[in-house]
Every structure is written in structure tokens, then in C-alpha cells.
Ligand binder design. Structure first.
Ligand SMILES: *Cc1c(COP(=O)(O)O)cnc(C)c1O
Length: 331
């Protein structure tokens, strides 16, 4: 099949998804499995669905389009562009939102296509990525109430993504209070309270999640690690995606044994590559060369040999997106 190549271990991913879904369910929390790291590949997505997960979410509408045939609620998790409103209402069942203008555009598109589009309103809790501010809430709720083709079914928030705000019991409590405030204004209970991502997993069983009844989980499922402290999730596999690259040059340079692999910044984030041979050191990369140091390895490598890596999340994202990297799914 050729190199570079990512080997995707479906069994291990399914195992991770099952473990995490069960753990969340045990605490009354549903899981939205996030598929962006593998571009919502239909086979891998089906694996998540088979594990019992309740929702699928992706940041790109193109990815959700690829899995239209899979029967599970699909959520667009990046707040939509007005220019894609039509696709959003036709392809996704639910979208996350924080701008009334966009919600109005979704309403118009829904009306045009005789649909009701469900939305989750994102609340800013200090991470300074998406989300409405507290003083906007009342105004925006009043406006949403007038939109006949929009169904506000939940609220959500994001932690650790941009501002590095790590969730804790206090932040979840504060978020729950805001949820109650919104439910009071609406005079109804909301179905989905989506209170975080892989960075909230470590809090399960340790703090009160309040009104939170859903987490959006990407990295913990695909790589078996949480994102607040980068710890392994108990019982999960980390070697789910293995990147293989070929040695194209091997020379002693200034007393160290250096190899060049046919792989570069165009394909991966080289800082997020972990060689399986722990004595190998990643030195650096250019657009299409990866330089590694083999001086300390007890294995004797040659030109044409293959080096294996585990991948960090940003390498995984870029690697799965690169058309130069072959993908092999193993069952
Ligand atoms: C990517 C993404 C997630 C998943 O985050 P992980 O840290 O991979 O669990 C959750 N929510 C939103 C809005 C995202 O964009």
C-alpha cells in the first residue's frame, strides 16, 4: 500500500468508545462522539455508533454529509457560517450556536425546506472561544422565541479549547446556575446540557456535574487520553492510530546517527509524534522531511525501514487530512 501510512485499529477505538460511554452513562451523562479527527470516516464513525454512543458531532458540515446514511442524531459543533445555513439544516439535526443573526438565517433556511432545526446555545464560561455572554442571554432568548422553525433544545459550554480554562466543580456549578436561569426564562426544561469535552472526564465521580447531562468527547475516544492534564483514561488504549514512515536517508552527522523520514509538516505536527521505539528522538521537520536521532536505539535501522509513531491529537488531525498519508483500517 505504500508509506507514509496510518494504521487505524478499529477494535481499540470501539473499546475506548464503549468504556467512555459506559463511564459517562453511569453518571447520568450521554456522550456525543466527536469525529473531526478522522474526518467522519463512515467506517470509523459506525464503530462509535456501535459502541452505544447517543450523538455524533463534527465541526465540518462536509464531514457530516459523509455519514448521512448513519442513523444517529448528527450535531454540527462549530457554530455555522451564514453561507452554509442551507446545508446545516438539511444535513445536521442539531447545531451549536452563539449568534442571533446566524440563528435567524437557519430559521429562514428551515422554513424554506419545511423543517424545524434544533439548536444548542453555547455559553461563554471563560475559555474565550465560542459562546454568548451572560448579559446577552435574555435578549437572545426573546428573539429565538419568535423563530418558528428553530427549536432550542439545549445549552452548552466549552472548556480548555482556547483559553485553557480547565473545568472544575465550581465552574460546572456556575454553568448549571446559568442553565437554570435560562430554563426559568423559557419556562421549560432543556433536553441537552452539554457541559464540556474530554477535559471534563477526570471530574466524573469527583465533583457534582449539576445540570450537565452530556459531554462532547473526541480525543479521549480516539487517543485514550483526557485533555485537562494529558493523562491516560483508565482502561483505554492509546495505540489506536499508528503512523508509519519510511527512512530515506541515514547518516552519521556530527557524532549522532540521523535519519530522514519521508514525512513532513505538510502531513503532521511533528511535535505531536511519539516514536514507539522510546530511544528515538524527533529532532525537527521541514515541509516534507522529518529528522530523527537514532543514536541511542539498540535496534539497527537501515534505509527503507519503517519507523512507527503514536500520534498526538494535532498530528492525528493533520495526518488523517493529508492526502499523502495512506490509511489502513484493521478490524
Ligand atoms: C473538537 C471539539 C470537541 C471535542 O474536544 P475533545 O477535547 O477532543 O474531546 C468538543 N466540542 C467542540 C465544540 C469541539 O470543537
Amino acid at each position: 500500500m505504500g508509506y507514509p501510512k496510518i494504521i487505524v485499529n478499529l477494535k481499540k477505538i470501539k473499546h475506548n468508545a464503549f468504556i467512555i460511554n459506559k463511564k459517562c452513562n453511569d453518571y447520568g451523562i450521554s456522550v456525543m462522539g466527536i469525529t473531526k479527527s478522522f474526518l467522519a470516516d463512515p467506517i470509523i464513525t459506525q464503530i462509535l455508533v456501535d459502541s452505544g454512543i447517543e450523538f455524533i458531532g463534527d465541526s465540518r458540515i462536509e464531514n457530516l454529509k459523509k455519514i448521512e446514511h448513519i442513523k444517529i442524531p448528527k450535531v454540527l459543533i462549530r457554530i455555522p457560517m451564514i453561507s452554509e445555513a442551507k446545508d446545516v439544516v438539511l444535513i445536521s439535526d442539531i447545531s451549536l450556536n452563539s449568534e442571533i443573526k446566524t440563528i435567524e438565517a437557519l430559521n429562514s433556511s428551515s422554513k424554506l425546506h419545511n423543517k424545524i432545526h434544533k439548536i444548542i446555545l453555547m455559553i461563554e464560561m471563560g475559555d474565550f472561544r465560542e459562546g454568548i455572554l451572560f448579559n446577552e442571554i435574555e435578549n437572545i432568548l426573546e428573539k429565538i422565541k419568535t423563530l418558528k422553525h428553530i427549536d432550542l433544545i439545549g445549552v452548552g459550554t466549552n472548556f480548555t479549547c482556547y483559553g485553557g480554562i480547565i473545568p472544575d466543580g465550581n465552574k460546572l456549578k456556575k454553568f448549571s446556575e446559568i442553565v437554570s436561569f435560562i430554563e426559568n426564562k423559557l419556562q421549560k426544561n432543556l433536553k441537552i446540557i452539554s457541559g464540556g469535552n474530554s477535559s471534563s472526564l477526570h471530574l466524573l465521580g469527583k465533583v457534582d456535574f449539576g445540570k450537565v447531562n452530556n459531554l462532547r468527547i473526541g480525543e479521549a475516544i480516539v487517543l485514550g487520553q483526557e485533555t485537562a492534564f494529558g493523562q491516560k483514561v483508565k482502561g483505554c488504549f492509546q495505540d489506536t492510530f499508528i503512523l508509519q514512515a519510511e527512512i530515506i536517508e541515514l547518516k552519521l552527522k556530527e557524532n549522532s546517527l540521523r535519519a530522514i523520514l519521508a514525512l513532513g509538516k505538510q502531513d503532521v505536527d511533528y511535535e505531536a509524534l511519539i516514536p514507539l521505539d522510546g530511544s528515538i528522538k524527533v529532532i525537527g521537520a521541514s515541509s516534507d522531511h522529518l529528522i530523527i536521532d537514532l543514536s541511542n536505539s539498540t535496534t539497527v535501522y537501515d534505509i527503507g525501514d519503517i519507523i512507527n509513531f503514536r500520534m498526538g491529537y494535532f498530528s492525528l488531525l493533520r495526518g488523517m487530512t493529508s492526502p499523502y498519508i495512506k490509511k489502513e483500517l484493521i478490524y
